[in-house]
Design a protein around this ligand. Sequence first.
Ligand code: UD2
Length: 348
Amino acid sequence: MNLLNVKVVTVVLLSALLLGVLYCYISQTHRFVSFQLQDLKADSRSAEVHPDSHEFHLVAPEHVRYKQPSITQGRTDVVSVTPWLAPIVWEGTFNPVLLDSIYKPQNISIAATVFAVGKYIMFLKNFLETAEQHFFVGFKVHIYVFTDRPKEVPQVKMATDRQLTVHSVPSSNRWQEISARRMELIQMLIEETVHSNTDYIFCLDVDSQFHGRWGTESLGGLVAVIHPGYYRDDRSRFPYERRPQSRAYVAPGEGDFYYCGGAFGGLMHEVHLLTKTCRFNFEADAKENIEAAWQEESHLNRYMWLNKPSKVLSPEYLWQDFKSRNPEIHIIRFSGVVKNYAEIRPNA
Ligand code: UD2
């Protein structure tokens, strides 16, 4: 081969290499962009406007007497609004008499879901009894219990306008699966009951109990509860899913609050979109052998970061019985009971 031939071959080889590198780069970029778009689609919320929604049209009856509101006096030890201007509900930031008088004439109805699979059935009686005393007292409430032990569901006396329906679900050998499958089952429940005139739904952990009022102040389009374990921490300490491969990923330096998987809710169509998206992302992760650090709680946290909740409930709405009460917690409304994981979980 003479010198000219060698040069020609070198140029051809280099060009081929360059083209190869260019091709890889373009196809990777395209994959990344379509992945992001897919994610965006899965995360995006319906832009539908519901002008008749209770949330946007608060009609107060005439002549209800209540304490004069002030914009210069009130709680100064806590923040009661998010940077996107959603209220953060703390004791002392709302007037229960006024709120109930607004919602009562609208005859709203509230659904609550609770899962009691396997040994968790032992928590159900206390949950139901305390819900009867504190959860939307005086309003239409329908509690849906999901269990693999329907015969062990306790009889709890309920007031008129309050009812309970039991749904049978399969048991599982993995607590992670029981916890995570709730998204799928709640999505299906909303689809089945869409014509039942239910306005709002709350999804709650069964190993919990009510101690104080949980009522109309908690109503909103999309409602999240701030986790009691992390609300004083820097967000670098939040236990978000940190692997970029997972659809629950939240990057360092991002995220607002750390929210509980054990309590969330809102208008039916909002919770439907949340559960559908979290279920979709959880299942897509599972196909790639990834389970987010805190299962559906991790997916919920990513969802709530992208789809900002319109109302945020302070940790009064899900405290933990093993924690002593911090000074800013003036009342504990709902809390997780102390439990021995080794005794109650199928795979502790
Ligand atoms: C946290 C969350 C929980 C969930 C979980 C991550 C709070 C207070 N709790 O609690 O909601 O996000 O992390 O997966 O935010 N269950 C059964 N049978 C079982 C296991 C679970 O019925 O064998 C149901 C039950 O309703 C229970 C819920 O799943 O309340 C969550 O399970 P958990 O309480 O064991 O989860 P935990 O304490 O890690």
